[in-house]
Design a binder for this molecule. Sequence first.
Ligand code: HEC
Length: 166
Amino acid sequence: MAKLKTSINLTVSILLIVLATTSYAAQNNSGATENLSPELRQLLIKEMRAIEKAMIKIIPAIAAGNSMEIANIANNIEKSYILTASLTTKQKNELQEKLPLSFLQLDEKFHYYSGMLAHVALNKKTELVGFYFSKLLESCSNCHSEHAKHKFPNFIVDDHENAHAH
Ligand code: HEC
C-alpha cells in the first residue's frame, strides 16, 4: 500500500513538472493562428464567434432541462468547429503543419467534451450535463490562455507580478 502511494506521488510530481514546463514554453509562443493564411484565419475566427453564440444559447436549455435542445446545440458545436468543417485539403494540411501539437490536442479535447455533452443530454444524465458543460467551457479558456493571448491579453501572466505575489 505504502509502495503504491509513493508511486502515485511520483507520477503526480512528474505530471506537475511536465505541466509547469509546457506552460512555461507556451508563454513564449502566443498567437498560434497568427501565421495562418488570412482566409483560413478568418474562417477560424468566424467559427469561434459561432461557438460562443452556441455556448450562450445552451445555458437556458440546461436550466430548463431541455435535453433535445442541449444535444442539438452540443452536436452543432462539435460539428461546426473548423477542424472538422469542410475545408479544402490544402487548408487541412495547412492547419496540421502550422498549428502546434498542443493546439490540435486541445481541439480534440474540445470535441470530446461537446460530444459527451450531447451524449449525456440524450441519456438524461442531468448532473453529467453540468459537468461536461463546465469541462467544455474550461476547454475554451485552456486553449485561449495557451494559443490566443494576442486576442485575450487577460491571460498574459506578468512574471514580475508573480515573483512578488507572496
Ligand atoms: C483549440 C483551441 C481553441 C479552443 C478549444 C477554443 N478556441 Fe476560441 N480561439 C482560439 C484562437 C487561437 C483564437 C484567436 C484567433 C485569432 O485571432 O487568430 C480564438 C478566438 C476566439 C474568439 C474571438 C473571435 C474574434 O472575434 O476574434 C471567441 C469569441 C472564441 N474564441 C470563443 C471560444 C469559445 C466560447 C470556446 C469554447 C466553447 C473556444 N473559443 C474554444 C482557439 C480556441
